[in-house]
Write a protein that binds this ligand. Sequence first.
Ligand code: ADP
Ligand code: ELE
Length: 299
Amino acid sequence: MSTPKTIVSIGECMVELASAGDGLYRRGFAGDTLNTAWYLRRELGDDWAVAYLTALGTDGTSDEMQAFFADAGLVTDHVRRIPERMPGLYIIHLEGAERSFSYWRDSAAARLLAADPAHLARAFAAGDAFYFSGITLAILPPADRQRLIEQLASAKAAGKAVAFDPNIRPRLWPDPAEMRDAITAGAAASTICLPSFPDEAAAFGDASPDATADRYLGCGVGEVVVKDGADPALVATSSHRERIQPATITDAVDTTGAGDSFNAGYLAARLAGVPAPHAVRRGHALAGEVVRHYGALIR
Ligand SMILES: Nc1ncnc2c1ncn2[C@@H]1O[C@H](COP(=O)(O)OP(=O)(O)O)[C@@H](O)[C@H]1O
Ligand SMILES: O=C(O)C(=O)C[C@H](O)[C@H](O)COP(=O)(O)O
């Protein structure tokens, strides 16, 4: 068998506390880019390895988290371990199936994931495709964010796939203008952009999913998929647009990870050469399964 190619997912994994009813919480490990990596590992065949680029501490929880990555089949060569830092934590609050989060992540180790230029350069040299999000950009100090975006832009210039979910979280940014500038710079360094319409409408004032697609195509992204919950996803390139409706789901319990798993279904299909509209159906099918479970990852 030939050596597998590697997709590197870049970002933060946290301790996740998801409701198990009656005031009990189930502890998991999750974070948007980790969720996508986890589902990518499940969806991709043996011709792709999935690596996770992040930073952890040297405490017991960090050890457990790294073991969790390895058990999931992820390559952990690009996990930095930083003494004196620990992973962040979040609690999922549910109102019906809609979720909101409380975070404790301000001093998380992951904020240093791009602080070592040599570590970052090694990961980029080892990768054939990359995945990151607006949360990845939000947690980095500006100089490290710039360093990461430069690496992503070089990968794009070298013809590698670079996929980006803006996953807009206004609370993680000091101000809306910096957020919009960083998201726009992230998109410009990408070949595939996977935004969610309600987030984009709130942050950029887009009047419709078409407006979101136009804005990202205008940044030089070749392929945009605008997700919209139970409404159709819009897949757009400069020459083609199509709306694809997800199946009706009447038993959704927790939408956490819906967008992340959609991205994994979509990207796994695209990396395997499946045309974009059919890849959207793969994304819908996987996300449809995830919203019927509590927490971000189906175990
Ligand atoms: N209520 C729902 N009914 C059916 N599918 C859903 C529902 N909510 C989410 N999905 C699926 O999850 C995908 C991503 O959902 P969305 O809510 O747009 O993402 P995010 O979690 O990033 O906000 C949708 O494109 C769809 O496939
Ligand atoms: O907010 C963060 O920093 C997280 O990573 C928490 C969650 O695991 C993902 O955000 C879920 O993302 P969705 O797929 O949009 O539901």
